[in-house]
Design a protein around this ligand. Structure first.
Ligand code: NI
Length: 138
């Protein structure tokens, strides 16, 4: 990690008050750490927009009794095997399953796979959590 540099900045009073309220609510130890993480969030968004190599997690909730669904979900992941690192399956109850798919690769390919998984009949919810390889965040 790089050494810390100090800088000062000008900000409107109402905005500064909103920042103070957000920091207090978030339980961050200090304003600097809060702003650093806010900036990193923005950098991760930029990595995804720029189609860089990223890390992401897809979470699916589905009914495994939907005809052919398990097979279709597996087939889609095999088709994108180059971005799938691992997956974990949890049986939520008699019918429902949750599957977490850990991915790493070009942002556009991960988004495409997430979109295709989401569209399958019987998938009740699909979320894509955007993260980073961390190389540009230090
Ligand atoms: Ni299951």
């Amino acid at each position: 990690m790089s050494t810390l540099q100090r800088f000062s900045m000008a900000i409107e009073k109402p905005l500064l008050e909103r920042l103070a309220a957000m920091v207090a609510k978030s339980k961050y130890a200090n304003r600097s750490e809060f702003i650093r993480d806010m900036l990193r969030e923005r950098l991760v968004e930029e990595e995804w927009k720029g189609d860089e190599e990223v890390v992401g997690t897809i979470t699916l909730v589905y009914d495994h009794e939907t005809r052919e669904l398990s097979k279709k979900l597996t087939r889609l992941q095999h088709h994108h095997h180059n971005v799938v690192l691992a997956s974990t399956h949890v049986h939520l109850d008699e019918h429902m399953c949750a599957e977490m798919i850990l991915t790493k690769g070009p942002a556009s390919e991960i988004e495409e796979m997430a979109s295709l998984l989401r569209q399958q009949k019987g998938v009740l919810h699909a979320s894509l959590s955007l993260s980073s390889t961390g190389k540009e965040l230090g």
